[in-house]
Every structure is written in C-alpha cells, then in structure tokens.
Design a protein around this ligand. Structure first.
Ligand code: DAU
Length: 344
C-alpha cells in the first residue's frame, strides 16, 4: 500500500515506518514537523530506501497535506504525529490542542475528501483517565485528566465522528506506556536509564507507586500495523503489553540491571493531577489475531543495552534544549526532594 505516516521521525513513528517499509514492503510518505522530539537519526536505516519519502511539515498544514495525498496517490493514513508528554502539556497546553486536536482534524478532513480507504488514529490508554481497579474496555466512557490526555481524547473522538457521520473508514488504537530504543529521554524509562548511566538522581514522582502497563515499541507497532490492515472501520482497539508494574519497581529494575546504587532513586514532588493507574483489556485486539511478543524483562534489558550502546544519540539530545526543560521540570524538585527510603 501507499501509506502516509505522520510523526514518523518520532519514537513510535520511526519504528512504525521502518517496520512498514522493511518488513511490510509498503511505500511510505513520512510527514514530520521535526519539533523537539522528531529526529532524522531515527530513520538512518531507511534513508536510502526508495520506498520511503521523508517530508518536513506539519499535519495542520492543509495545502501540504492535500498535495501529498494527491501527488503520492496515498491509499491510507496512520496518524502518529502528536505532542505526547504529560509534563510538557502542563507547561504549554495550547501546543497539545493545536497538534493533537486541530492537526488531527486537518488530516481527517483531507483524507476524507481524497476518498482514502483507511485512516488509523494512534490514540492512548490515557483517554480513559485514572483506573483505580479493573481494566478499561473500548466502550468505557472517556475521562481524561491532563491537557495531554484531553487533547488526545479530542483527536480520538473527532476521528470516530468521521465514521459515524461520513462512514469514512477510521480506526483508533489506544496504546499503553511504550518503551524501547529511540525514545526521547524526557519519558520515564529513557530518563531513568540515561540518568543512572551518569550517576545522576532518578526523580520518582510522589510515592512512586503509580502503575503503568508497559508495552514494547515493537509490539505497539505490530498492533498498529495489524489494526491498519485488518481492523474493522469505526472500531477502537486497546493495545497493552500485559506488564503492569509500579514505577518504583521499574526504577529498581533499571538501577539493578545497570549495577547502580538504589540511593540514586529520589522521591520528589508529584506531577499535578498524576493518574494513579492505567490498565487496558486487550481481548478485542487478541480476537483480531494480535498478541504481544516481548516479555517485559527482556524488553527492558535490551532497551537499557541500546542506551548503553548509543550514547551519542541521547547525549546530543540531552546537551541541547533538553537542559533548559530539565532544569525547569526537575531543578527545584531535586533540591527539595528526599532520598528514597528502602521499603520494609
Ligand atoms: O499510557 C500511554 C502514555 O504513556 C502515552 O500516551 C504518553 O504519550 C506517554 O508519555 C506515557 O504517559 P505517562 O505519563 O504514563 O509516561 P511518563 O514516561 O511521563 O511517566 C511514566 C510514569 O512515571 C508516570 O506515572 C509518571 C512517572 N514519572 C515520570 C517521569 C518523567 C516519574 O516518576 N518521574 C519522571 O521523571
């Protein structure tokens, strides 16, 4: 197929593009605005592959999107472009509404007008809000609580409205916490791994007992591809790894694997509105024939190894704009923060 993937220089997007081109043999036009977390280094493996065309631009640029769909005779769209970091959404909520809602709206409308066969919206399990017990199923009411998750919920619902209103064949995936190589080091796993390598403190929010369901990026991408090719129009599919862990446990695994001291782990002031737990029931996607394949221990270990072996990749990032962000986000927290007390 000829597919437009957006956000394909980012973390999940770049893994997805490589998979679609190399394993799937698809022709991919990759539209990415190259904002702070988009990185052409993530696409090195396919930079000379004729099946991949990179275009620098924004999903909200209507004339550009219209032209790309027409000139490349695009058959389907996977929208993986987004502002994705909860902490940044607290600092600058407007950017999230612009990309995750308005940008998604532009893409949807151009795709509908071009009469495409498929449109997959990459959404998130955060749209269900904090789930204290049980697991979210696709028909649950949405209850997003951060500017990030509220913006993603906006894009997600807008996409679904295109099926209800126009019978435009849209599908939505709601994925859980994804980890793996090439993840921008603002996120929990790469931040803790790279800080630990440098013997820097690991800032654990609140009591560190929040739960996330960890999903290897390879599994997330195989799920997106599976739904894109085999999903039912108008349907939503939860995607989770089935690896629910408290943050403190993952932090302990990271320092343990790297042979570092647990004293690096610091409890710091919590994230405002911090969701306690997300958990998704993925039986609908399993019935469609998808299963995750990467056990968490193995996935975490190979991810840590990747960061050990690719210091150039993350040191370049951490020496740029990231320093200002890090100081703003963690400077005060770490000065005030208490040292982690070993649990009995
Ligand atoms: O659930 C899917 C979502 O997972 C995606 O939609 C988001 O794009 C992605 O950012 C992620 O959201 P989280 O907020 O769960 O991910 P993050 O890596 O920021 O944090 C994971 C957990 O670790 C969360 O409970 C907050 C905590 N945390 C995070 C950071 C960055 C800390 O304790 N300290 C930190 O410095």
């Amino acid at each position: 197929m000829r597919i437009l993937v957006t956000g394909g220089a980012g973390f999940i997007g770049s893994h997805l593009v490589r998979r679609l081109v190399v394993q799937g043999g698809h022709e991919v036009v990759n539209l990415d605005a190259l904002k702070y977390s988009g990185n052409l280094a993530n696409l090195k493996a396919i930079e000379t592959d004729a099946r991949h065309t990179f275009v620098h631009g924004d999903i909200g640029d209507q004339p550009l999107v219209e032209r790309l769909l027409r000139e490349h005779r695009i058959e389907g769209v996977i929208n993986a472009a987004a502002e994705t970091h909860v902490d940044r959404s607290i600092l600058d909520p407007g950017a999230f509404a612009r990309t995750d809602v308005v940008g998604t709206g532009v893409l949807l409308e151009e795709a509908r007008r071009a009469g495409l066969q498929r449109f997959l919206q990459v959404s998130t399990d955060e749209v269900y809000g904090s789930v204290e017990t049980g697991m979210s199923i696709e028909s649950d009411r949405l209850a997003p609580r951060s500017p990030y998750s509220a913006s993603k919920a906006g894009g997600d619902l807008l996409a679904l409205s295109y099926w209800t209103t126009y019978r435009f064949p849209v599908m939505v995936t709601r994925g859980s916490n994804t980890y793996g190589p090439n993840q921008y080091p603002e996120k929990f796993v790469p931040l803790f791994v790279t800080n630990a390598i440098d013997n820097q403190p690991l800032p654990l929010y609140g009591d560190g007992r929040q739960c996330r369901d960890w999903l290897a990026v390879q599994d997330h991408c195989s799920a997106i591809e599976h739904v894109f090719l085999r999903g039912e129009p108008g349907e939503i599919y939860n995607v989770g790894g089935g690896n629910e862990w408290e943050n403190i446990t993952v932090a302990e695994q990271i320092v343990g694997y790297l042979g570092k001291s647990r004293d690096l782990i610091r409890l710091v002031q919590d994230r405002p509105g911090h969701d306690r737990r997300y958990a998704v029931d993925c039986s609908k996607l399993r019935r469609l024939g998808w299963n995750p394949g990467v056990p968490f221990e193995e996935g975490l270990r190979t991810t840590i190894q990747w960061y050990q072996e690719h210091e150039d990749w993350w040191r370049t990032i951490k020496s740029g704009e990231f320093r200002t962000y890090y100081e703003q986000m963690y400077g005060k927290r770490l000065k005030e923060g208490s040292k982690f007390e070993v649990r009995s």
